[in-house]
Design a protein around this ligand. Structure first.
Ligand SMILES: Cc1cc2nc3c(=O)[nH]c(=O)nc-3n(C[C@H](O)[C@H](O)[C@H](O)COP(=O)(O)OP(=O)(O)OC[C@H]3O[C@@H](n4cnc5c(N)ncnc54)[C@H](O)[C@@H]3O)c2cc1C
Length: 379
């Protein structure tokens, strides 16, 4: 990328350049203490910006180039890592939160990258559209979800990035680059999971499908049975996942399948609150976690059935912070990894695994940095 070196500019442009950058500098907030959602990582960006226009974003980048600062964009801070941290300039696109275009014939929606998936899901539902798959939460931005190839579950469904048809990015020199599989496949594959290092994602076009309900069936099974019959489970519904409860030999399996049936009443409400309470207690009293897990499995392993909008079924209400550790492994290693993990959890003294181990399945893709590149993966 070409550097915008002020020495090559006519003097009149230099004046405009400095007055623009000094005014954008004043809009930056100093002494912001940044923490990620789980409060496991923090940093102090020199300046924090919440620009309102693309021109302002370009001016911040110009200032950064001028002052040799590094720039990170931050979404909803949900990454369980320091990936959004910087001591330089931090930019939030919280003001870039609108739907720009809906093409009902192609079932495509163009959205600004600072919009949360939650707002996007609700908005496009009213146009009878839905994303094919969701991660566990929707309180994350479109830009944040795509930057890490956020995934849900379902062996025929790739990550959220797999549903992207086109993206507009601002590069570090302030220029706008539009990437799509038609324009330049390699650039597109690089941009679909770029960990915030390719450019600033401004707008994203998603390929949607007609809005759909999911029928969710959940029930308890021994871990061994699920591992031995994994193929049957995986192909048994659109979106299969299971949760293994450390300190037990049991899992709760979830099968969600597309249905024409209407939504049922939410009998899950009480369960979710019990769940959050249980795991809230575990946050502050870790040594009771093994008992909580056994109790939780007892109370949640009975068969339950529920129908609702796709995103409400696939999302998960998570009120307490989690110390998340996510692995991507090839499908055929599922059993080996879980058995080894079980042994490890049970033999390390004073280790309290606070949350069930959630096992999900994702279709292989061709996104360069995606955890599901080429092989079908479990996470
Ligand atoms: C409770 C919980 C549940 C989760 N569930 C899932 C799940 O089911 N599946 C899954 O795959 N992941 C899951 N995650 C991880 C989450 O999807 C990712 O961390 C996601 O990146 C968070 O989005 P965010 O908006 O909070 O981004 P941030 O955490 O703020 O940023 C993440 C990265 O994206 C970059 N970025 C953000 N916006 C832009 C932009 N506009 N342009 C360029 N780069 C940008 C940042 O620089 C950073 O590198 C979960 C995390 C939590 C805490």
């Amino acid at each position: 990328m070409a550097d915008n070196d002020a020495t090559f500019r006519p003097s009149s442009l230099n004046i405009i350049y400095s007055s623009k950058t000094s005014s954008i500098k004043k809009s930056g907030i100093a002494n912001v203490e940044f923490k990620n959602w789980a409060e496991t990582f923090d940093c102090k960006p020199e300046l924090f910006f919440a620009p309102k226009t693309q021109e302002e974003v370009a001016e911040i980048l110009e200032l950064a180039r001028d002052e040799h600062k590094k720039v990170r964009v931050v979404g909803c801070r949900h990454s369980p890592s320091d990936i959004a941290c910087t001591s330089g300039f931090m930019i939030s696109l919280l003001n870039f939160n609108k739907i720009l275009e809906i093409d009902k014939n192609k079932r495509q929606v163009k959205v600004q990258a600072g919009m949360t998936l939650g707002d996007l899901n609700d908005s496009i539902y009213s146009h009878n559209l839905a994303l094919p798959v969701q991660g566990s939460i929707s309180s994350i931005t479109v830009g944040g979800a795509i930057s890490v190839a956020t995934h849900g579950t379902g062996i025929e469904f790739g990550s959220i990035s797999s549903s992207v048809t086109e993206m507009d990015l601002m590069l570090s020199n302030g220029s706008i680059l539009t990437v799509s599989s038609d324009k330049d496949l390699e650039l597109f594959q690089a941009a679909l999971c770029s960990l915030g290092s390719f450019g600033i994602i401004l707008n994203v076009t998603f390929q949607c499908e007609p809005a759909f309900n999911l029928l969710l069936r959940q029930y308890g099974l021994p871990l061994k049975d699920v591992i031995e019959n994994l193929d049957v489970h995986i192909s048994g519904s659109d979106h299969f996942r299971f949760m293994w409860f450390p300190y037990t030999d049991s899992v709760v399996v979830s099968h969600a399948t597309r249905t024409e049936l209407p939504a049922t009443k939410d009998t899950w409400f009480r369960k979710i609150w019990t769940y959050c309470w249980d795991y809230g207690v575990g946050t502050y009293l870790p040594h009771v976690v093994p008992y909580i897990n056994r109790f939780f499995y007892m109370t949640h392993s009975a068969f339950s059935r529920k129908i609702d909008r796709s995103y409400r079924i696939l999302n998960f209400e998570c009120l307490f912070k989690q110390y998340v550790n996510e692995w991507a492994i090839p499908l055929e290693k599922t059993g080996v990894v879980l058995w080894q993990l079980r042994e490890w959890v049970e033999t390390i003294p004073d280790l309290y695994v606070h949350f069930p181990v959630e096992v999900r399945f994702s279709k292989a893709d061709n996104i360069f940095l995606s955890p599901a590149l080429v092989e079908t993966h479990v996470t």
